[in-house]
Design a protein around this ligand. Structure first.
Ligand code: FMN
Length: 180
């Protein structure tokens, strides 16, 4: 019995069940931004994960065919802007494909001409290292070339809705001593 692997349909579990269940894993919210051929692109993501310390690598999973995915593939570098708790409106803005995402949005172009959104809790400057196709998404592994953070509180995404972190992130000690 213990050597058996789970048997699945070709598509795994039913899609809604999959969404609802993986949505129990609370995450932060970030916006991947880039600029290619003079055009600013950006999309909301919560599939961000830290991968490696030496070298410093992260991953994001980007939908195949999304405008920002194509722009990231073409440009080969991007910013991960990690949202603070007041920025749910930005998350909504950058998750709707038809809108002019950047209208009224405060941002600066950094030394590489990449858009850094103002007011975020943190941002990472990333260079694409590896792209792996996985189902309907691409797993983009990128080297972090520059990182900055502030003490602001994060925006949380849980069960398809935004939430705030209950702990006071400015006062609570980190869970693990090694973290800092
Ligand atoms: C909270 C949240 C998290 C999301 N996370 C992801 C993600 O990790 N990867 C992804 O491909 N799309 C994600 N999306 C959906 C994209 O933001 C959305 O499809 C976007 O419009 C695609 O960008 P485009 O305008 O460049 O096509 C997320 C949306 C929300 C609201």
């Amino acid at each position: 019995m213990e050597n058996r692997t789970p048997s699945v349909n070709e598509d795994g579990v039913e899609a809604l069940l999959f969404r609802k269940t993986t949505g129990c894993f609370a995450t932060g919210v970030a916006i991947v931004t880039t600029k290619v051929q003079g055009r600013l692109e950006g999309m909301t993501v919560n599939s961000l994960a830290s991968v490696s310390l030496r070298p410093t690598l992260i991953l994001v999973c980007l939908a195949q065919g999304a405008r920002t995915t194509q722009a990231v593939e073409r440009r080969g570098c991007f910013i991960v802007n990690i949202l603070c708790e007041e920025q749910a409106w930005l998350s909504n803005r950058f998750s709707r494909p038809a809108e002019d995402h950047y209208a009224g949005v405060d941002f600066v172009l950094n030394e590489y001409g990449l858009p850094v959104l103002r007011g975020c809790i943190a941002h990472l400057v990333c260079r694409v290292e590896n792209i792996l196709a996985a189902g309907d998404h691409l797993i983009v592994v990128a080297k972090v070339c520059h990182a900055e953070f502030t003490g602001a509180a994060p925006l949380i995404f849980f069960r398809g809705a935004y939430a705030r972190a209950e702990m006071n992130v400015k006062q609570e000690p980190p869970v693990a001593d090694w973290y800092w």
